[in-house]
Ligand binder design. Structure first.
Ligand SMILES: CC(C)(COP(=O)(O)OP(=O)(O)OC[C@H]1O[C@@H](n2cnc3c(N)ncnc32)[C@H](O)[C@@H]1OP(=O)(O)O)[C@@H](O)C(=O)NCCC(=O)NCCS
Length: 379
């Protein structure tokens, strides 16, 4: 019998004190705090402090972190020039890969594994990510980038830099909630990629670039884009049943549904659903929220999904929420990265604190004892 764990399912590859996911009971904790309990009481930056410095911050610690982030939001000219030079046709998450590579090339301590240096890198990159992405988004739409507003934190600043004008308090809060809910999620594919990359004695920026490549996949962070494309394709609540039936017939997955760990409702979904509905009301278009909601109601009652324990995941209501915040589907995987860089960074600090090269094995199943044939005699 093969010893291979397909998809590494069930394998424990690290100890972590950052987050835990109980997929049976639908509980996510950040350093022991139930995400459900703190979600409406803290900001994204407070959760960053929790992950990077191990505690929720005092007010003065939070002020310090916020001003530190603010100092690094404006992009160095070299980085902005790279973003400007990129083709306008590619997926926006690739602009983050290019931008973070340039940021790393400017860092004289690029290879340092010192915990203080890693925190500094995390602050710089987490602060720069929204500015890079907003700049790319505006440039590809033929507009000039907008500089960050020193008075705004991550969520409100990104909305401001993308749209060129300050957005409502509720939109900023909705996006802040999104950022804090997606920031960290145990050994997901991109976090594993980040930890595995740095384990070969590589550097912070290379690990973030690799993680971006993993996040982009439609089974992971690319699922928000695919979920939104699915909703746009359906377009009409009366067509949901036919779309679901056809999907099952042709074995097409419903995007934003199913999870490797959660065999119940993902605890983040309720918050994203509520914000998605609220922002839909605010912008006066509940088409996409309602479509998603109707699809959830249908699948919750459908034996195919209940037998396999397939429920909406974090991407399902993120899609209509992000769309109504003004983000096109192809921007969405990159928007996810604005949050998850916080978790990747914390994982990289944890990995290097007790590193051993990640070097698993493969079971060889190819041919054996082959006879060498010189090139002229090969048929
Ligand atoms: C997330 C995901 C990759 C997890 O995959 P996994 O743990 O490897 O699960 P499997 O591929 O083994 O699927 C188990 C069963 O559920 C089915 N299934 C899983 N997700 C499904 C979906 N979204 N739609 C329809 N069927 C699905 C599979 O076809 C399989 O059915 P089978 O047993 O009859 O063959 C998968 O659920 C998926 O592709 N979801 C859609 C993409 C998505 O939303 N990703 C974001 C995750 S946060």
């Amino acid at each position: 019998m093969s010893a291979v764990a397909a998809g590494l399912e069930g394998l424990v590859v690290a100890e972590t004190a950052l987050s835990s996911v109980d997929g049976t009971n639908g509980i996510l904790t950040y350093r022991g705090y139930n995400a459900n309990d703190i979600v409406n009481k803290v900001t994204f930056e407070e959760v960053l402090h929790l992950l990077w410095y191990e505690t929720l911050p005092t007010q003065s610690q939070l002020d310090e972190l916020n001003s530190h982030l603010a100092r690094h939001r404006k992009l160095p000219d070299e980085v902005l020039n790279v973003i400007r030079a990129l083709p306008k046709s590619g997926p926006p998450i690739d602009a983050l890969k290019a931008g973070v590579t340039a940021l790393g090339m400017l860092d004289p301590e690029q290879d340092s594994w010192d915990q203080g240096d890693l925190r500094e890198k995390a602050i710089r990159a987490t602060a720069a990510f929204p500015t890079m992405l907003a700049a790319y988004e505006r440039l590809r739409n033929g507009k000039e980038p907008v500089e960050p507003d020193a008075k705004l934190q991550t969520a409100a600043n990104f909305l401001y830099m993308v749209h060129g004008e300050k957005q409502s308090e509720s939109k900023a809060r909705a996006f802040d909630t999104y950022l804090m809910l997606l920031v960290e999620h145990s050994m997901n594919a991109s976090t594993f990629t980040a930890r595995s990359t740095i384990s070969s004695s590589s550097d912070y920026y290379s690990a973030i670039t690799a993680a971006l490549g993993s996040l982009k996949g439609v089974a992971h962070g690319g699922a928000n884009m695919m979920a939104m494309k699915m909703l746009l394709e359906i377009g009409d609540p009366n067509k949901i049943r036919a779309y679901v039936d056809e999907s099952l017939q042709i074995k097409r997955r419903l995007m934003g549904i199913g999870h490797r760990i959660y065999k119940t409702r993902d605890p983040r979904v309720n918050h994203l659903m509520a914000w998605s509905e609220k922002i839909a009301d605010e912008v006066g278009d509940d088409t996409w929220y309602q479509l998603a909601h109707n699809m959830e109601v249908l699948t919750n009652d459908h034996p195919y999904f209940t037998e396999r324990k397939l429920y909406p995941n974090v991407e399902f209501y993120s899609a209509p929420l992000l769309y109504n915040l003004g983000f096109q589907p192809d921007l969405m995987p990159a928007v996810f990265a604005l949050s998850r860089i916080g978790g990747w960074s914390a994982n990289l600090m944890e990995q290097v604190a007790d590193n051993r090269l990640m070097r698993p094995q493969a079971e060889y199943v190819g041919p054996a004892n082959q006879e060498f044939v010189p090139i002229g005699e090969r048929g």
